[in-house]
Design a protein around this ligand. Sequence first.
Ligand SMILES: [Zn+2]
Length: 238
Amino acid sequence: MNKHIAQLVQLQGIDLELDRIDGGIRAEEDALARREQGIVLRRETIEEITAAIKELEKEKKLLEDNMADKQDQVRERQAKMMRVQTSREQQAILKEIEEAKKVVKENEERILTIMQDVEKKHARIAEEENLIIGETKLIADESKRVRKAVTDTNAAKKDKLSRRAQEAAQIDAALLRKYEMLRKRRHGIAIVKVEGAVCQGCHMKLPPQQFNLLLRGDSIYECPSCQRIVYYQAEGGA
Ligand SMILES: [Zn+2]
């Protein structure tokens, strides 16, 4: 294998290991962040339920005031009944009493519904709070574990990074720049094998003439489709 190609393959091997390490750390941190976000959402739910309870209690207070007024009205009309003479007047007062009582009854029913609803909502809040307590503890443990894993991983990464620096130092500067640029633009894969004239990066077939040049292995070639640096490796050898 061409010396430059061999160096790049070696470097990419290290870079991919580093990518895998970084990816692993990121995945753990993301998972942790998602769990923390879950707690934020639970807190928001509690706030929403608390606001809904406040509204229901406001409504309940209005209903109670209205009910008290109507009860006063009933008492007042009942007293008035004693004083009226004609049955027409009595009928009118009875109707008023009946209507006031009806409102009292409706309010009582609505208040009862509200109280049941508020009770359910308080239970839901308690449930959310319990879940938050449990989850917060689990997250604290998990966070400790992730921090330790990150520390351990960074120690392992240090060796790889110094190995990478050594490898990179030996590579022709212009070629290294091209490699770095391709890594950025091609999902971390800058140099790929060609198997049976097919680029293993983008799976496009190389034109026969270019494949023949590649087989000679005396220069650096790139895939005409994905622009990655390509190389050919004979079966079982370098
Ligand atoms: Zn390609």
